[in-house]
Design a protein around this ligand. Structure first.
Ligand SMILES: Cc1cc2nc3c(=O)[nH]c(=O)nc-3n(C[C@H](O)[C@H](O)[C@H](O)COP(=O)(O)OP(=O)(O)OC[C@H]3O[C@@H](n4cnc5c(N)ncnc54)[C@H](O)[C@@H]3O)c2cc1C
Length: 511
C-alpha cells in the first residue's frame, strides 16, 4: 500500500453534512496560503476552524513570479494595501509581456493588459487599421509605449481616453507572497501545523476524507479538505483518483529549468519571453533579483542542453539550475466528495501567459461561491468541475495560438508546432479572425479580445477583410484622428516617470 493509499474508516459516518465550518488545507505554497487568507476573510465574525498543514521538508515548488491584473482584485478583496504588499514581496510592476523571436527570429511584439485604440461607431479599432492597411497597432496602446520606454504610470482615472484603457499586474517573489498571506491568515485565526502527511483516512461508506495522519502521529480532522499539495495532488489524485488530462500534443513543453540572476539596474515593467530552439525563456525582474528560466519540450531537448542554453544567456547566475517536469492539462475534476483542489493540484498550463496564480484565484472564487455551507451537493460539484474544465480549455487555446502561428522553421521543435493539429475550438477562432477580424469570446475566458488581437497581430495574422462599417468614416477624418491619438499617447508616455524611479519613490522593498 502506498503511503497515501486511503484507509477506509469502517466506523460510523462521522461526516456532518450540516454547517460545514471546519476546513483543512493541505499545503502551504502560494495556493495554500491564498486559500487560507480567503477563507479566513470568508468566515470573519463567524465560528469556524481553518487549519493548514504543510511540510518544510517537502517544501514548495519555489517558482511563479509573474501575474496578470486580476491579482490586484484578489489583494483588494482581502483589504491588502498595495504599497505594503509591494514592499513586502519585492514586487515590480508588469504592463504585459514582450514576445521576442516567436514569429521569426529578430521580430518582437508586445501583449499588454490593455486596449488598442478605441472602437469607433461600434466597430473595433483594428478594422480601421486593416482598412488603411497599416501595421503599427502598438502605437495606439499607451501601456506598450510606457513599457517600451521603461516607464510606469497608474491608469489615468478618466475612462474614455486611451490613457486609461489598461491594467497592470506584478512580478513578485511567490515565496514571500505566501509568507505575507500567512501572516495575514494567522492574524485572522488560521492554525498552521508543521508536519508531513503520511496517511489519509476516508469514510468506508461515502469515501469522504475524514482525517489526515501526520508523521508525528497527530491526526487532523475536518469536514472540507482543500488540496493545495502541488503537482502530486495528495488528496484529489493519490486518494480520490480524479485523473489528469494530458494536452502535451498541443502544448509540447513539459520541462523547465530556472536560475536567478542579479537584479536589473533598470527593471523592465514587463516580462520578456524569448523563443529558443525547443521552447522559450522567461526573464522576470524583481526589485532584488531577476528570475530566468527555460521552458522546453523534453522530446526535442535534453535537460542538460536546456541548462547549457539557459546559462549561455544568463552567464552569472546567483543559484544552481533547478529542474521541473510537468504535464500540460487540467485535473479532470477539482471537486470530488469533500475535497476541493487548488493550484498545481488542480492542473497546470505552462507559465507563458502567467496564468497559474490567477487560476488559484478563480478556483478560490468558485470555492467561495459554491461553498458547501449546509452540506455537499453533486450539482454544485458538477458545475464547478464544468467551469474549471472550460476555463482551462480557453487558456489552452490562447497559449497554443502562440506556437501554432509561428513562421519559424529553423528547429524541429518549431516545425512541429507549426504543423501540429490544434483543438477545433482554436481552429474556429483563428478562422474567424483571419477571415474578417472577428474575435470571439467563449465563457469563461481569461483573456480579453485585445489580448487575442495582440497575439494574432504580433504573430503576423491579418484579416483578409475588415468590417465594411469601417468605411463610414471618411479617410481624411480617420487619418487625422489616428494621428491625434498617436500623438497624445506618445507625449503622455514620454512624460511618465521611469519604472525604477516610480518604485524608488513609492514602494521600495523593506529589507
Ligand atoms: C517552471 C514554472 C514556472 C512558473 N511560473 C509561474 C509564473 O510566472 N506565474 C504564475 O502565476 N505561476 C507560475 N507557476 C506556477 C506557480 O508556481 C504555482 O501555481 C504556485 O506556486 C502554486 O503552487 P502550489 O501552492 O499549488 O504548490 P506548491 O508550491 O508545490 O506547494 C505544495 C505544498 O504542499 C505541501 N505538501 C505536499 N505534500 C505534503 C505532505 N505529504 N505533507 C504535508 N505537506 C505537503 C508542500 O510542503 C507545500 O507546502 C510556475 C510553475 C512552474 C513549474
Amino acid at each position: 500500500m502506498s503511503a497515501f493509499s486511503p484507509s477506509r474508516n469502517s466506523g460510523a459516518q462521522k461526516m456532518n453534512n450540516n454547517n460545514v465550518n471546519s476546513v483543512v488545507i493541505v499545503g502551504g505554497g502560494t495556493a495554500g496560503w491564498m486559500a487560507a487568507a480567503s477563507l479566513a476573510r470568508y468566515f470573519e465574525g463567524r465560528s469556524a476552524s481553518i487549519t493548514l498543514v504543510e511540510s518544510e521538508t517537502i517544501g514548495t515548488v519555489g517558482v511563479g513570479e509573474a501575474t496578470i491584473p486580476s491579482i490586484r482584485d484578489f489583494n483588494a478583496s482581502l483589504g491588502i494595501d498595495e504599497l505594503e504588499f509591494i514592499r513586502a514581496t519585492g514586487a515590480t510592476f508588469k504592463l504585459g509581456i514582450e514576445f521576442v523571436d516567436w514569429r521569426q527570429p529578430g521580430e518582437h511584439f508586445f501583449h499588454p493588459f490593455a486596449d488598442f485604440g478605441q472602437p469607433v461607431n461600434g466597430v473595433a479599432f483594428h478594422h480601421y487599421l486593416n482598412r488603411l492597411n497599416t501595421d503599427n497597432l502598438e502605437d495606439y496602446c499607451f501601456a506598450i509605449q510606457l513599457a517600451r520606454r521603461g516607464r510606469f504610470a497608474q491608469p489615468h482615472s478618466d475612462p474614455p481616453t486611451p490613457l486609461a484603457a489598461y491594467g497592470y499586474a506584478y512580478h513578485f517573489d511567490a515565496g514571500r507572497y505566501a509568507q505575507f498571506l500567512r501572516d495575514y491568515a494567522e492574524r485572522k485565526g488560521v492554525k498552521r501545523i508543521e508536519g508531513k502527511i503520511a496517511h489519509v483516512t476516508q469514510n468506508a461508506d461515502s469515501g469522504f476524507v475524514e482525517s489526515l495522519q501526520l508523521d508525528s502521529g497527530e491526526t487532523v480532522e475536518g469536514q472540507l479538505f482543500i488540496d493545495c499539495s502541488g503537482f502530486r495532488g495528495l488528496l484529489i489524485e493519490q486518494t480520490l483518483g480524479a485523473g489528469h488530462e494530458d494536452w502535451r500534443r498541443w502544448l509540447p513543453c513539459d520541462s523547465a529549468v530556472a536560475v536567478q540572476a542579479e537584479r536589473m539596474d533598470e527593471p523592465t515593467p514587463y516580462t520578456r519571453c524569448t523563443a529558443l530552439e525547443a521552447g522559450w525563456q522567461w526573464r522576470i525582474p524583481l526589485q532584488t533579483r531577476t528570475g530566468n528560466g527555460y521552458v522546453f519540450s523534453s522530446d526535442f531537448c535534453s535537460a542538460e542542453r536546456a541548462s547549457e542554453a539557459l546559462l549561455e544567456r544568463v552567464p552569472s547566475p546567483l543559484s544552481e539550475p533547478k529542474h521541473f517536469r510537468f504535464i500540460a492539462g487540467p485535473r479532470k475534476s477539482v471537486w470530488e466528495k469533500n475535497c476541493f483542489a487548488l493550484g498545481l493540484a488542480s492542473g497546470f498550463l505552462e507559465p507563458l501567459e502567467s496564468t497559474s496564480i490567477s487560476l488559484i484565484q478563480t478556483g478560490i472564487s468558485k470555492l467561495l461561491s459554491f461553498f458547501p455551507e449546509s452540506g455537499f451537493n453533486q450539482h454544485d460539484r458538477d458545475e464547478v468541475n464544468r467551469q474549471h474544465w472550460h476555463e482551462f480549455e480557453r487558456i489552452r487555446d490562447f497559449l497554443v495560438l502562440h506556437y501554432k502561428a509561428t513562421q519559424r522553421d529553423d528547429t524541429e521543435f518549431w516545425r512541429y508546432c507549426r504543423n501540429m493539429p490544434v483543438p477545433d475550438s482554436l481552429v474556429h477562432k483563428m478562422a474567424l479572425f483571419a477571415h474578417r477580424g472577428h474575435i470571439v469570446q467563449h465563457e469563461p475566458e481569461a483573456f480579453e479580445p485585445d489580448s487575442w488581437l495582440a497575439v494574432y497581430w504580433g504573430m503576423g495574422i491579418r484579416p483578409d477583410h475588415y468590417d465594411p462599417r469601417a468605411d463610414k468614416v471618411p479617410s481624411e477624418v480617420l487619418q487625422k484622428e489616428l494621428e491625434k491619438m498617436r500623438g497624445m499617447i506618445t507625449q503622455a508616455s514620454e512624460q511618465a516617470m521611469s519604472h525604477k524611479d516610480f518604485i524608488a519613490r513609492h514602494c521600495s522593498e523593506k529589507r
